[in-house]
Design a protein around this ligand. Structure first.
Ligand SMILES: *Cc1c(COP(=O)(O)O)cnc(C)c1O
Length: 412
């Protein structure tokens, strides 16, 4: 990419392959919601969501009404759920654009019913049950009452019943099984009372990829999974090897300066690194201001398919690499910090692991860089990340509003 100093490259064909693996793992008839909150974890929500829809994904999960409206404005007609909750002021826009919202308490249920009635619309709601996350959601002992209340409200449509697992280890942690047992009991009670539950959804990537499908009742119909990081091909390291998943984000920069230095030359702030021998230092125009963590150390980059170590402390705008052992390195040459170059691949989950974090956090931080999309039916190449200003929408939607009721099952 000629004009960029540092950029991410997003491979839409790899996304499609990952979505296929997710659907296979979820099993036939299970719906898939792709989670695209925080600009699709830094991968670019609009392009990712469009391509996922082209691949047959049923629904999209976002973090806020603003994210939901950005997708609507970009022409996405899929069911969109705000995964957490909304502040009261976000509700009118959600209802106007048929965005599904979570309900966690009776008072929200009542205010939604009132608003939906005034606006003359049906509000699609997902009842969120707190089975152990302790963050949002109604406690299981009160959930049936709330479910009855939703069913009794003329302008509320129950689109789903959900819970969220707290263990990053998914099925490797006993608490996940306990959470699902609580949730399953509730579903069974609701069904025994004849209360429809809509889509039933509990599993995230960790749950799905640690074989919690059967425990979550994936074979019992009306099930959905909510998958984020697996679709982006970077399952955390503590999970099983990512069989059939491909990292879709690469991180690249280029050499802007080369300098031959004598032994013992200090490099970077604090002179934390000194040349152990006469060597050659390549400077890259990427730093912690672009989303790399400042304490990044001991990471190799790829130059012409060969490894070279980052040395010295990362600056806000620059990084330095010891390339003394490489022949033919030149200014202007591309450098891969994550992703493939030749036979080598640098993985997001490995970098995240070495920094004591998870791939979700790292890809979000890198989301501020310019982005190039490759692959996909229609390559999509915006020069910059999507704008961060609030989206202003016309009062009436300019796209066809999706009809109420469940979407069609995904066919990949
Ligand atoms: C973010 C999120 C997910 C997706 O989690 P991954 O680990 O990326 O699969 C699922 N459900 C909820 C409620 C979330 O907030």
């Amino acid at each position: 990419m000629d004009s960029f100093r540092a950029w991410t490259e997003i491979d839409l064909d790899a996304l499609a392959q990952n979505l296929r693996s997710v659907c296979q793992r979820a099993g036939p008839g299970v719906r898939v919601m792709l989670v695209v909150k925080q600009d699709a974890y830094g991968h670019g929500a609009v392009a990712i969501a469009h391509h996922a829809r082209r691949c047959g994904i049923d629904a999209l999960g976002v973090g806020s009404s603003q994210e939901a409206l950005e997708l609507r404005q970009a022409g996405l007609q899929a069911p969109i759920l705000i995964l957490g909750t909304v502040v009261e002021e976000e509700l009118p826009a959600c209802l106007r654009h048929d965005i599904h919202v979570g309900v966690h308490a009776v008072d929200r249920c009542r205010s939604l019913q009132k608003l939906a009635r005034t606006m003359g619309v049906q509000a699609h709601v997902h009842l969120n049950v707190d089975t152990g996350m302790g963050r949002l959601g109604i406690s299981p002992s009160l959930a049936l009452d709330l479910l009855r209340e939703v069913h009794g409200a003329s302008h509320l449509q129950l689109a789903g019943l959900m819970t969220h697992l707290s263990a990053p280890e998914g099925g490797h942690c006993p608490s996940s099984h306990e959470q699902l047992a609580l949730f399953n009991r509730l579903v069974a009670e609701a069904r025994a009372e004849g209360l429809p539950c809509g889509w039933i959804h509990s599993l995230n990537s960790a749950g799905l990829f640690t074989n919690l499908g059967a425990t979550a009742g994936m074979d019992s119909g009306s099930q959905m999974v909510r998958v984020g990081i697996a679709a982006y091909g970077a399952l955390p390291r503590h999970l099983m090897p990512p069989d059939g998943l491909h990292q879709i984000m690469s991180l690249r920069s280029r050499i802007v300066f080369l300098k031959d230095v004598p032994v013992d030359t200090p490099v970077g702030y604090g002179s934390l690194w000194r040349a152990p021998r006469p060597t050659r230092i390549a400077t890259l125009p990427i730093g912690y201001g672009h989303g790399l963590p400042r304490n990044l150390q001991g990471w190799d980059v790829l130059i012409g398919g060969r490894r070279a170590p980052l040395v010295g402390r990362l600056s806000m705008d620059y990084a330095t690499v010891d390339v003394g052992h490489l022949e033919g390195v030149r200014v202007g040459q591309d450098v891969t910090l994550l992703g493939r170059d030749g036979d080598e691949e640098l993985r997001l989950e490995d970098l995240a692991h070495s920094l004591g974090t998870i791939p979700h956090e790292l890809s979000c931080s890198l989301g501020r860089l310019p982005r190039v999309f490759v692959g996909g039916a229609e390559p999509f190449i915006p020069a910059q990340s999507p704008p961060r200003e609030p989206v202003k929408l016309p009062l009436a939607p300019s796209y066809p509003v999706s009809p109420p009721g469940p979407p069609t099952t995904s066919q990949l």
